[in-house]
Design a protein around this ligand. Sequence first.
Ligand SMILES: NC(=O)c1ccc[n+]([C@@H]2O[C@H](COP(=O)([O-])OP(=O)(O)OC[C@H]3O[C@@H](n4cnc5c(N)ncnc54)[C@H](O)[C@@H]3O)[C@@H](O)[C@H]2O)c1
Length: 568
Amino acid sequence: MSVTSTATTNEQPDDRWTTVRVPLPCEEIRDAVTVFAHAHGFTADLAGPRTLWLRTEAGEPMADVRWKPAAPAEPFTIRQSPQSGAGTEVLIEPRPEGRLPAEALHRHLTDHHALPYTPAELNGIRTGMPLLNHYSTPAPPLTGWAMIFRDHYLKHSVGFVTAMERAGIPARWILTLDKGDRTLGRDRVHATFTARGYTSTLLDNAHVNNPAAHTPELAAVGETVDAFIDAAHRAGRRVLVVDDGGLLARGYGTHAARHRADAALELTVSGLKRIAAAPPLAIPVLNLARSQAKTRLGYREIADSCLRRLRTILPDRKLIGRPIVLLGYGVLGSRLAAQLRALGCRLTVVDTDLPTLIGAAEDGYTTCRTLTDALLATTPTVIIGTTGEQALTADDIPLLPDQVLLAPFATADFSHLTEHPRYSRTTVPGLGVRFTLPGPRTITLLGDGRSLNLYEADSIPTGGYDAYRAATLIAAHALTTTKTPPPPGVHTAWADTAIQAAGLWDAYYTLHCTNHPATAAAPTGGPVPGAVPGRRPGRAAVVGYGTTGRLHTRTPHQSPDHPDGDRP
Ligand SMILES: NC(=O)c1ccc[n+]([C@@H]2O[C@H](COP(=O)([O-])OP(=O)(O)OC[C@H]3O[C@@H](n4cnc5c(N)ncnc54)[C@H](O)[C@@H]3O)[C@@H](O)[C@H]2O)c1
């Protein structure tokens, strides 16, 4: 499988470097690459103590491979010390003609050598998601199901799939599909899934969005999915799809499907749009994308991850007090707007839906009907995209100010730039792609054009997505065990009712929002795991109430004009 193929047809060769961390000492990397080279008809020539040139037998350069000892990984949970071992970090940089061999080498190192999460790390993920853990008790009917899971390869995805395994779906009957974003630990997630006995491969969103340009890749993953569904049905199993916008759109839930899933959960808004555009469904699909749990709990965490990623990727940029244009004031945009305002940014909101735009205006933001209007009225430091549509158009290009930064949190927003090769571009490693426009002006698209909070980042913390992942597990459990499933089509209320009935809101409130000792029994069973007896969850004490102390006590919702509103 290719877990890191992020190349699109428009990328420049230097966009495509990848790194992989392997649990081998440095001395063994040369042998590992040489094994690959010989198996594929290449040569691997030593060009330095830790550099190999991968070439064809005719001497044509395909890729440069460099490596160094990996620094110990920082712990991703404060509950335990790092356990992941050191190993070696390998950088693979394709030459102009070497994209496919470089991808194959990455795949080879990942499949044969990438480091799965250690038991201690897996335990850290599990204890970091106490609600999910609580609801993942064994459910006998689930043992008769197979599951296809498609989402970003992130730690909370590991938490979810391993929870479904605990709940009853055998490892052999789990197929996981990576969406193809450059998430920070994607190779280790793939290695973990493989080590547990799942089948793990790639169904890249870029390929789903542009099928004509990616026929071979889609055919290959299609064969894997078809074979998995057929084998499950032959074994008397039903197939549940947990989809983050891509598989159902490829027809696996329709009447005409030759290999049809039996039930599904849709996790994302873009997936809902694709389902709406596809032929009618023949199976029930629970809409988790617009569930109360995602809207009320998940999106706040997503918005937080977007803002944190923006600030991390721009360590030297001042954002407080600066003008920012925000495209889209929907569920994600409106939450991000509130967080940017709490930071002190001066926001101009653009939304094409007039009632939504009026909402933004009456929430106190400066608003414009179009990006063009916004660019005529203000000179933003950053333009943020949260629309899921192509929001930057050719008309806007002449108005973009020099040095402006574009931050996409949905892939389509700035796709005008990435899809049109006429703009000259340079990759700035770790930051994004710099475009030179007439003027001359330079603008920078942060990340790789896909959602920035997923670019070389782990996005939402496991604890932040715990409730949403628990809600997804509850909905999956309800759908696969009910005697009266909903009819074919997309259902939102059905999922909300199941989640409410399972007591998730009570458990969440008890765990995070009360002052009571959090050992109170959760409605569905025993105490909510992860709670510390006698501790008051969700509280912090500020010692000292001078100027700094007062600032620390402010909540994002407090008016900066009334910092004394809530005393600790
Ligand atoms: N990065 C992430 O982790 C993440 C997480 C959740 C959702 N998303 C993506 O973010 C996007 C938005 O999600 P949402 O739930 O907020 O959807 P939403 O439908 O609630 O909001 C989208 C808003 O954009 C507006 N809009 C559409 N086209 C526009 C245009 N050309 N210019 C300005 N405004 C426009 C719509 O009117 C709407 O108000 C989706 O593509 C979704 O897949 C990303």
